[in-house]
Write a protein that binds this ligand. Structure first.
Ligand code: UD1
Ligand code: CA
Length: 473
């Protein structure tokens, strides 16, 4: 889709004072991803990363680090003196680098995250078709308060022409009910924009250089400024406060849930599901209320994910049952496994086909073979466990000696009796039995029984003798 002579600038240098947060605004997340990354992803669908100029300033290093992997260019705005000033910095950077100035420059806001590539492309087409100096993306939301308003030249007609943009604080009494907002997204003929940037001033409510003032300046020069309305209002909503962000987050996650439902996934009470946009789920999987599916999670088909489970960056096969309250992070679970309730799969847990992990079982860096079971109150860390193994209630691996982690290896078809402690490094070969309550510190050969506890002694008649002794005092 790339056209020579076309570039995109993304304004992302502001602090986001209205958020009252230490984190820069454009790094706040919706749908599990930073606002700015959403905007960059949309821009990259339209132009190559080297034609995207990200204007950064407040906490510039942090913002740059968070998005550097996208390959975009950066323009530094050390002092944030307004959106007009942000574009002045772009102009200065072209002058400094000597890079060719693109014929048209599309400007996006780092805090308007739901913008779609199709809409960016549409603005560009309208801009070229109208031969405009400036094309403004607008919308008519239910509550326009807080946004700059677009003043039309011929209101009530089909003419797209605009007279100017007036910021909320500068609206006169008769302009207060102007319904059409400026989305903060524009396409400019770059030479016309650059000429006007130098003429901006700070005589306004915020004492800033407003990019929006360029509209009226161009009109005064008889240049063409037009508005194009967005198809969806959500797409142009800004995220200036946490509440606005959570509104967008909900809209985005609801769209994800709807997409999954359209592909055959059942989601009960979809408004309670917290599902990141990259998550994939196979058909006929059922997701109960209050489930979180985060990051790069992939779930197969015919699974059931019961309420209150939180699954992050994990892969789950087909026909898996995840009972209530499971927590999974960077784990992988093969087909037909059964987890929980309340299983905790920490990173590098690989659960085999048809394996079971029951209540209050924690795993970390573990491979559990096909059909193996650890059903009650276990801790399994740094272990390779074969197929057909039964780990009894309360049995654990002691993988940490206070300084180093050590490995436990368990062969196929081993039976680990309840409440055993396996002190690593230790190997239990296939088919061996561990007696309940054992503390195993030495390797156990295949097919043997290991008992690592003191023998039971039973003192017959002891209770009666004790009572008698008590009475004689
Ligand atoms: C801006 C528009 C307003 C529009 C609204 C849409 C102006 C003057 N007003 O207002 O008409 O309705 O967006 O969301 O442009 N930024 C910089 N450098 C700066 C200041 C801001 O890069 O010096 C960036 C911010 O990080 C942000 C974007 O520009 O991503 C918009 O800035 P913000 O302060 O949020 O503008 P609004 O008040 O929302
Ligand atoms: Ca804003």
């Amino acid at each position: 889709m790339d056209t020579p002579g076309f570039a995109i600038a993304i304004m992302a240098a502001g602090k986001g004072t209205r958020l009252k947060s230490k984190r820069p605004k454009v790094l706040h997340e919706i749908g599990g991803r930073a606002l700015l990354l959403h905007v960059i992803a949309a821009a990259k669908q339209v132009v190559a990363a080297e034609n995207i100029y990200c204007i950064i300033g407040h906490e510039a290093d942090r913002v740059r680090d968070a998005v550097a992997s996208t390959g975009v260019q950066f323009v530094l705005q050390t002092e944030q003196r307004g959106t007009g000033h942000a574009l002045q910095m772009v102009k200065a950077s072209f002058a400094l680098s000597g890079a060719p100035v693109p014929e048209n420059l599309l400007v996006l806001s780092g805090d308007v995250p739901l913008i779609r590539p199709e809409t960016i492309e549409h603005i560009r087409q309208v801009h070229l078709g109208e031969k405009a100096a400036m094309t403004i993306l607008t919308a008519v939301p239910p509550d326009p308060t807080g946004y700059g308003r677009v003043i039309r030249a011929n209101p009530g007609t089909s003419s797209p022409e605009v007279l100017g943009i007036i910021e909320q604080k500068s609206l006169s009494a008769d302009q207060l009910d102007t319904p059409e907002i400026n989305s903060g997204i524009y396409c400019f003929q770059t030479s016309a924009l650059f000429e006007k940037l130098d003429l901006l001033d700070t005589n306004n409510a915020h004492g800033e250089f407003y990019l929006t003032d360029v509209a009226a300046m161009l009109v005064a020069d008889r240049e063409r400024v037009v508005a194009v309305k967005a198809d969806s209002i959500d797409e142009v909503l800004g995220a200036n406060t946490i509440a606005e962000m959570m509104h967008l987050d909900a809209a985005m996650r609801f769209a994800t849930a709807k997409r999954l439902m359209a592909s055959g996934v059942t989601i009960f009470r979809p408004e309670t599901a917290v599902i990141d946009s990259e998550v994939t789920v196979g058909p006929d999987t059922v997701i109960e209320p209050y489930v979180q599916l985060l990051g790069a999670t992939r779930i197969g088909s015919d699974c059931r994910i019961r309420s209150y489970s939180v699954i992050q960056n994990s892969t789950i096969g087909d026909q898996v049952i995840v009972r209530n309250g499971c927590i999974m992070d960077s784990a992988s679970v093969a087909d037909s496994a059964v987890l929980g309730p309340y299983a905790h799969l920490r990173p590098e847990s690989n659960i085999g086909v048809g394996a079971h992990l029951g209540n209050f079982v924690e795993t970390k860096k573990v491979t559990l073979g096909a059909g193996s079971k650890a059903n009650h109150l276990n801790y399994l860390g740094d272990a390779v466990i074969g197929a057909g193994v039964n780990v009894g209630a309360g049995a654990i691996t002691c993988n940490y000696d206070g300084v180093h982690k050590h490995q436990t290896t368990i062969g196929d078809n081993v039976f680990v009796g309840s409440d055993s402690t396996l002190v690593a490094p230790v190997t239990i070969e296939s088919g061996a039995y561990i007696a309940a309550g054992s503390c195993i510190t030495e390797d156990v050969p295949s097919g043997s029984l290991a008992i690592g506890r003191s023998r039971q002694t039973t003192k017959e008649g002891w209770v009666a003798r004790k009572k008698q002794a008590g009475e004689s005092h």
